[in-house]
Design a protein around this ligand. Structure first.
Ligand code: BGC
Ligand code: CA
Length: 292
């Protein structure tokens, strides 16, 4: 598998890749720099939208704009003008927390989780922005809320709270958005680095990014067995998603935050966005937000 650089932009904390099939763009965030990046694959052009506060994650709306989880709550972002419309902040009272990873579910609700900046206490939660723009708390007691993916039969939500070194599964009701019955799906070994962002491929297998692990892995969620490892030239691998005309290209984000000058010498590409074109697997584009 050939790992290529998408462009030469380096993020502090690159995360949350989303494939925009209408525009043939790969979009991702730099959490701490508060930026959305969009790379036009056909025209090889990078555009950056500043959001003026940290941004944990975003998803596309059906009208092509973004819904996002910003440091100060859920928001809509106009892609053309950069205008930000705040929707609501479920953690206005928790100034030591920020939003981290998030994604839309198969019914078009937007889910995103929070974490304390200190990453050392279970002060975070997972919230769901319903399509009527109400906000519901779904999971409490999380430390570094990260990857989410839904099974193709829409009956399971896979979820990662990074310091647990686990991927867990909840029974998921697509009609109501209710989750129940947490189960262990994958136990990640400490040597692999902590599990971070996640996606699912067309065969229902999970792809997990490993923070501190220099790798991406593919797992069977039914057996809990690791099927594949892909080594990367950076230690802090943060997330991945499928893109391209037929979902055949695998995009991978990374971070350079917290690395020392000495470490950066050994991984000068830390913070880059990578792609493995025609990776031999494929996945659907992310779900879009179905609210107005
Ligand atoms: C967070 C980082 C954190 C890392 C650890 C990332 O998603 O944004 O702040 O250090 O996960 O797993
Ligand atoms: Ca992440």
């Amino acid at each position: 598998m050939k790992i290529e650089l998408v462009c030469d932009h380096i993020c502090e904390l690159g995360e949350g890749p989303v494939w925009d099939a209408r525009g043939n763009k790969i979009c991702w965030v730099d959490i701490v720099n508060g930026e959305i990046h969009e790379y036009d694959v056909n025209h090889r052009k990078l555009k950056t939208i500043p959001v003026h506060q940290m941004i944990g994650a975003m998803a596309l709306k059906r009208n092509g704009n973004y819904v996002a989880a910003l440091q100060h709550g859920f928001a809509f972002i106009n892609r053309q003008t950069g205008e930000i419309k705040m929707i609501g902040d479920p953690e206005a009272h928790l100034s030591n927390n920020r939003f981290n990873d998030g994604k839309c579910d198969p019914a078009g609700r937007f889910w995103a989780g929070t974490m304390p900046f200190s990453e050392d206490s279970p002060a975070g939660s997972v919230y769901c922005l319903e399509t009527d723009l109400s906000i519901e708390k779904k999971i409490g007691g999380v430390t570094v809320s990260n990857g989410m993916a839904w099974s193709h039969d829409h009956r399971t939500l896979y979820y990662i709270d990074s310091p647990s070194f686990e991927v867990v599964g909840y029974s998921y009701d697509v009609t109501t958005g209710d989750i129940s019955g947490k189960k262990l799906i994958i136990a990640v070994s400490k040597e692999d680095g902590s599990p971070d962002g996640m996606t699912i491929d067309n065969e229902g297998m999970l792809w997990v990014a490993h923070w501190g692990g220099w790798k991406l892995t593919r797992w069977n969620p039914v057996t809990g067995k690791k099927l594949k490892e892909i080594a990367l030239p950076v230690s802090q691998v943060t997330s991945c998603t499928f893109g391209g005309d037929h979902g055949e290209d695998l995009y991978i984000t990374s971070a350079k935050i917290h690395l020392t000058a000495e470490q950066l010498e050994k991984q000068p590409l830390a913070g880059s966005l990578f792609v493995i074109r025609n990776c031999g697997f494929a996945g659907e584009a992310c779900f879009e937000f179905a609210g107005a």
